[in-house]
Design a protein around this ligand. Structure first.
Ligand code: GRG
Length: 296
């Protein structure tokens, strides 16, 4: 088979995304420069998984990448804000993120709070101003993203997580937590791409929704598994941070082997969800395989 490899396509999409993001962030030197510099710092790096999903969904729906640039940027801004706030002393109290000092360590705590606030409001502004979309599409995207990011989505998931610290969650409770905390934003990646279509294609959007729900949960289970395996490899079976802080994880609730099996089952369901979409869904299949193979 000829054609670009997955790696080269990922690099191409990441570079397109990087340009789209830079265009939509205030210049780092613009007044107030310390805040803007910290916003650039907070949005640099990372795997760019969510933008990759947005562009892959757009390709599956035969959309032009220009129609989802704003959606990809907005989602990554919400993701970056959530990481900055999650790292704060009042939440996870982390010193490192993406191998670099966290925003409150590099700058200061007040700046980190403001960076999160500013990235969140900028996310909605970039969609509201996107000229490649008509006004009705922009409103739908804003509604979907605000729902996914808010108290019935990611922020709600974070609240459940904080409330459940020190408690042993049941499997159903753990799934509910992650469907909110991680799954809602991943699902929004697919839904925003659907909103970028000029004419809604309900059957294809339903298939993308099913795919999004499966990979969102599979991604989180795998994250828990990688945490355990990473700790085991690097610390010689010392308890990981989550274990030390009494957080429920999939391996803790169902055992490591069952957690891996559950993730594999969800990746399989994600592929099944795409079965009616033919070759057009190949980019989403690649993304699922990429997440399944990831090692960090
Ligand atoms: C504080 C409002 C608020 C929300 C926090 C998403 C979240 C909710 C917190 C992040 C902490 C965390 C470990 C969440 C689990 C999901 C996860 C693995 C996030 C990291 O996403 P990656 O791996 O990160 O895509 P990169 O750095 O690659 O972008």
């Amino acid at each position: 088979m000829t054609g670009p490899t997955f790696g080269s396509r990922v690099e191409h999409v990441r570079s397109r995304f990087s340009e789209a993001l830079t265009q939509r962030l205030p210049p780092a030197t613009q007044y107030p420069a310390r805040l803007h510099e910290a916003m650039h710092y907070a949005t640099a790096g990372g795997k760019r998984l969510r933008p990759l999903i947005v562009y892959a969904a757009a390709e599956t729906l035969a959309l032009d990448a220009r129609q989802v640039d704003a959606a990809a940027c907005a989602i990554e801004m919400i993701h970056a804000y959530s990481l900055v706030h999650d790292d704060l002393p009042s939440m996870d109290d982390d010193d490192l993120r993406r191998g670099q000092p966290t925003v409150h360590r590099k700058f200061d705590e007040a700046t980190a709070i403001l960076v999160g606030d500013a990235l969140q409001s900028l996310a909605f502004r970039v969609i509201a101003r996107e000229e490649a979309l008509d006004p009705a599409q922009r409103v739908k995207m804003i509604e979907t993203l605000s729902e996914a990011a808010g108290s019935r989505g990611m922020v709600g998931g974070q609240a459940i997580d904080l409330e459940s610290e020190g408690k042993q969650l049941s499997l159903a409770e753990l799934e509910a937590l992650h469907i909110h905390k991680t799954g809602a934003i991943i699902l929004a990646c697919l839904r925003l791409a659907c909103h970028a279509q000029p004419d809604l294609d309900a059957a294809r959007c339903e298939a993308l929704d099913r795919y999004g729900k499966c990979i969102g949960l599979a991604f989180q289970i795998q994250d828990d598994v990688l945490d355990i395996e990473g700790d085991t490899a690097t610390l010689g079976k010392t308890a990981g941070k989550d274990e030390a802080s009494h957080k429920s994880t999939y391996p803790a609730v169902m055992g490591l082997r069952a957690a891996k099996e559950r993730a594999a089952e969800l990746f399989c369901d994600a592929r099944l969800a795409l079965s009616g979409l033919g070759d057009a869904a190949e980019p989403l299949r690649w993304i699922a395989a990429h997440i399944e193979r990831r090692e960090h």
